[in-house]
Design a protein around this ligand. Structure first.
Ligand code: VGL
Ligand code: ZN
Length: 198
């Protein structure tokens, strides 16, 4: 009982028609639902931002969406407002088998810091609590799917390896934003970190 499927951010705002839509984001939902039965545990993450979140371009007057600013914890992409707490777009896509999840973990709810990874906020230090949950249940072999490949999926998988888990990304069950080559950069970062592609 060591295998967990970690399903990253299958929320309406990341699917076509959403506020930060990832191309083809909805195409991976049926395959993810099918994968769930192969695992001992299923964890869903949910991007969950207050309206005044510092990662939103419209909270920085004059700044364009998808530009990059320096934050105390490093560079930060400014995104269109998305996954606002309590909004429809923050909800899971209705076709995701969310009822099968053992745990839903929310991230990005502190106004001053973004959180791509399911394990740490973007300062790479503030934990979400997920590592403790997985360790306590003996879940050591993690497979990552979901959105977006080049941000939340990659950062989560890399942190998983750093924390001592075995991490695989099931690429066919992910889709990328691909901002300025971020897809290839993420693939290379994961390869170097020891994340196994599948
Ligand atoms: C994500 C950008 C901003 C993601 C979340 O889920 O990859 N990307 N917030
Ligand atoms: Zn976000």
């Amino acid at each position: 009982m060591t295998k967990a499927l970690i399903v990253i951010d299958i929320q309406l705002d990341f699917c076509p028609g959403g506020r930060l839509a990832v191309a083809g984001g909805d195409e991976i939902i049926a395959p993810i639902n099918d994968l769930m039965a192969d695992f001992d545990a299923v964890v869903l993450t949910q991007d969950w931002h207050p309206r005044d979140h510092t990662s939103f371009a419209d909270n920085h007057p004059g700044a364009a969406a998808f530009s990059v600013i320096d934050m105390p914890y490093g560079p930060q992409v400014l995104w269109p407002a998305h996954c606002v707490i309590g909004s429809e777009g923050a909800g899971f896509h209705p076709t995701l088998a969310a009822d099968c999840a053992d745990l839903v973990i929310r991230k990005g709810f502190r106004p001053q810091i973004d959180s791509y990874s399911a394990f740490f906020e973007n300062d790479r230090r503030t934990p979400t609590g997920l590592a403790g949950y997985l360790r306590e249940r003996g879940l050591t072999d993690l497979s990552f799917v979901g959105l977006a490949y080049d941000f939340c999926v990659a950062w989560s998988a890399i942190d998983a390896v750093k924390l001592g888990f075995r991490a695989t990304v099931i690429e066919g069950a992910t889709r990328a934003i691909d901002l300025n080559g971020s897809r290839e950069a993420a693939r290379e970062d994961m390869r170097k970190a020891g994340v196994t592609p599948a």
